[in-house]
Design a protein around this ligand. Sequence first.
Ligand SMILES: Cc1ncc(COP(=O)(O)O)c(C=O)c1O
Length: 437
Amino acid sequence: MSKLALLGGKPVVGKDKKWASWPVSDKKDAKLIAEITLSNRWSYDGPYEWKFAEAFTKYQGAKYGMCCANGTVGIQLALEALGVGAYDEVIVPGLTWQATAAACVDVNAVPVLTDVEPGTWNLDLKAVEANITSRTKAVVVVHLYGSVTDIAGLVKLCKKHNLLLIEDCAHQHGTFWKGQGVGSFGDASSWSFQESKVLSSGEGGFNMCKTKDAFYKLYSLRNCGRYYEACPPVFGLKKPAGFETTLQSGNCRLTEFQAAILLGGLDRLDKQVKLRDANAIYLNQQLAEIPGVKPMHRRKEVTQQSYFNFAFSIDPKELKVDNRQFCAALNAELSRTDDFEPPYRPLNMCELYKPTTKTRHKLNAEYFKAINPKRFNLPVCEDAFKKSGLVVHHSMLMNAKKDMDIVAEAVRKVVSQIDEVRNVKVASAKGFKPLPA
Ligand SMILES: Cc1ncc(COP(=O)(O)O)c(C=O)c1O
């Protein structure tokens, strides 16, 4: 095999290789956007927004759903609609985008950062149970990257301890567990349509829920607290009795332009998810045969897996390199613009999760101490981030099957010359900030 590209050798594939890019759209989307532009209906409970809401909710197999401003707001609205608030403890995974925990502090709850399983980087149910106290009110579960949490086990655990369950499905549009869509298992779920996501409108979000009560509350909360009567007739719902009051809230709606893009994206979604899933299965089969490389665990109940990012682990003890060194060598072989990188920074060391910097969180000394991320111990999250985890954007899985062979070949080449990789210093390589002390 040729010398590593990182050391000046010929890469497995050069810069002239065309990789699939993201996001994608088509002429139908552009036509609909033009029609909306020329109409006098740009936002606020518009027909396209609700057409999309009913279709996406049905696709995931949930009961009720509606659009909101983004995935961060979606988690906050779900917590508020279910009655989670001041001083309630909410169990969240330590390895996730900061929004999962930030939304909890923004409703004055205490995010209890909880460790994850090594094989999926999703909530470890034993760690969840160990963190339950008399103050625990809810769990916000994240199905991370391309893996699903043991959702059946978690639903059972939440029932046993009388806890609310919110699914943060920002990474999982189009994932099914025994044929049932994720996002329909919890009391509520939240979704993100930010540009990088597999269903996207640039920015945007969504909530699904199980009960009419939660739906009416979500509607009010995303709409400046207005009484549900303002909502057009959707999901076969009529004017509700006993829900005539307004609530304190703000504007968390999205526009008809975003809904138009989402309708086009939803038409394409299932086919795209199937393509990524087939490519991921094929690539994982090859990765499983490379010494020191471990594909993520796929639970047997998962009948269709969506991928926000594709992830795998290396065994840093066996290969005697860390994930940063491995990423640098692999990226040099692949010449892609969307590079492999370590997974999220665990929330106990995340520079964008700093709840104690907000004066509005100074409720009292005990609360301030409770929300301090530094008090949590997250060894599996830290191992994934500092040593073993690699992730790449889902657009990599939108290429041809033969392109997965290129990725596997690049991984094989890096492993075959791992002694060379060991000597490489990558602390300042592109995108790799120095590790926190
Ligand atoms: C797991 C997770 N939850 C929530 C969010 C927040 O979504 P948004 O960016 O739409 O606010 C994200 C966004 O990246 C995410 O990855």
